[in-house]
Design a protein around this ligand. Structure first.
Ligand code: G3I
Length: 374
């Protein structure tokens, strides 16, 4: 890594003083100003999604960036069925154990992501799953995985993305093997199994497509689902709002506030679990794209932080080289210039701090100031 890159990452992890020349933020050389320190001042833990591969194969400065700015780590794939279950009768915990060691060595906590999802499953699952064996296969998995990590994780995304209205299923449920074999009750089964195996780990239902202007129908479906789960005493404790945002779409502050208030009224905690920003519809220079993305991070956090009372804020794309670059064949991530690069990162692919990092830091800092005044 060249000296400039090293300086930038060091600035991020050791305090932002070295960034003074890049952007006019109020900086104090004597106090470390990392995302995690700014967030801690307002009672929030910052987190980041990483894979074992990204931590092992990136320069050491990337690891410094991760450990310097975040206290939570979500495995990008290592705790999913596709990683843990090579065959029906085998579990492979090598990678998730490695991540647990990594987090404990660095004073971080590992989030569990996820125990049950209607996609991202190993091919054998759909081949063997029937209405009569599905509940046992699901509860065995949850008992084994949750049991192994009982008392060691920050929280579990017990059910991931239960609502996806585009499947046109009653209730707006995400279609897939669990819904097809068990109906919406798969959610109840998963939460009861998780609560039995690790009663003290925060149990999250993780939803997507509820954040932006176009998402009214999903928000409604989501609220109905939550109401009915709670009515049946399903032990859901928190709602994870993923927050994969498209910066060509609007954020409807009024509607989002209403949604958040309805969830809070049900007694559920809220987490931001996968924040990142897709700039595939933004053209222009990298500098311009980065500014649009940074402004969007700022706008979203300015909307959400004052109302959602979150204590966990997790980012899904720490750096520009991200999962989105594998999605270029899907219209949502396609670019009109034909390039397949997205710029959602807080640092770029040469580990340079970006405007996004500064926008996030400023939003958190402002939130902290407001909380102090309140
Ligand atoms: O690494 C290989 C690469 O070598 C190969 O060339 C390429 C070909 O497709 O695949 C690459 O692996 C992909 C991997 O992402 C890279 O990060 C896998 O195919 C792909 O399945 C995997 O996708 C993951 C996806 O979940 C499905 O599990 C993404 O990493 C991960 O970021 C994404 O995360 C999800 C959350 O779990 C739930 N919410 C949405 C979020 C984003 O889609």
């Amino acid at each position: 890594m060249d000296r400039r890159a090293l300086l930038s990452v060091t600035a991020a992890t050791m305090g932002l003083a070295a960034l003074d020349c890049i952007a006019p933020m109020r900086l104090r050389a004597d106090s470390p100003r990392t995302l995690k320190s700014l967030a801690a001042a307002c009672g929030i833990k910052t987190g980041v999604a990483c894979s074992k591969t990204s931590l092992e194969q990136s320069p050491a400065a990337f690891v410094d960036f991760v450990t310097g700015n975040f206290t939570l780590l979500t495995p990008e794939g290592e705790l999913k069925w596709s990683a843990l279950r090579p065959t029906q009768h085998e579990y492979d915990f090598a990678k998730s154990d490695w991540l647990l060691d990594f987090t404990s060595q660095h004073g971080m906590a590992l989030r569990g992501h996820n125990l049950c999802w209607n996609t991202g499953n190993p091919p054998w699952l759909e081949a063997v799953l029937t209405q009569s064996n599905a509940e046992k296969i699901l509860t065995d998995h949850i008992a084994t995985v949750t049991g192994r990590y009982a008392g060691k994780l920050d929280s579990w995304d017990v059910v991931n993305e239960p609502i996806a209205i585009w499947f046109n299923k009653p209730g707006g449920y995400y279609d897939g093997p669990w819904l097809r074999t068990l109906g919406p009750e798969y959610i109840d089964i998963a939460f009861h199994a998780a609560a039995a195996a690790d009663p003290h780990c925060l149990r999250v239902i993780n939803v997507h497509h509820v954040e932006q202007g176009r998402d009214a129908e999903t928000r409604n479906a989501c609220l109905k689902m939550l109401e009915s789960l709670l009515k049946r005493n399903v032990p859901v404790q928190a709602l994870g709002i993923e927050s994969h945002l498209d910066c060509d779409l609007t954020i409807d502050q009024g509607e989002l506030d209403k949604f958040i208030a309805s969830v809070q009224k049900m007694g559920l905690q809220i987490l931001i679990t996968e924040l990142d920003i897709n700039d595939s519809k933004v053209n222009g220079s990298d500098q311009h794209r980065d500014q649009v993305v940074a402004d969007y991070y700022r706008r979203y956090l300015d909307v959400v932080l004052p109302v959602a009372n979150i204590d966990r804020l997790i980012f899904w794309a720490p750096m520009d080289r991200s999962w989105m670059d594998y999605m270029c064949n899907a219209p949502r991530w396609q670019r009109s210039d034909g390039k397949c690069n997205h710029r959602p990162g807080l640092i770029d692919s040469s580990l340079q701090i970006k405007q996004s990092y500064q926008a996030v830091a400023a939003a958190i800092e402002q939130h902290g100031r407001h909380r102090l005044q309140a």
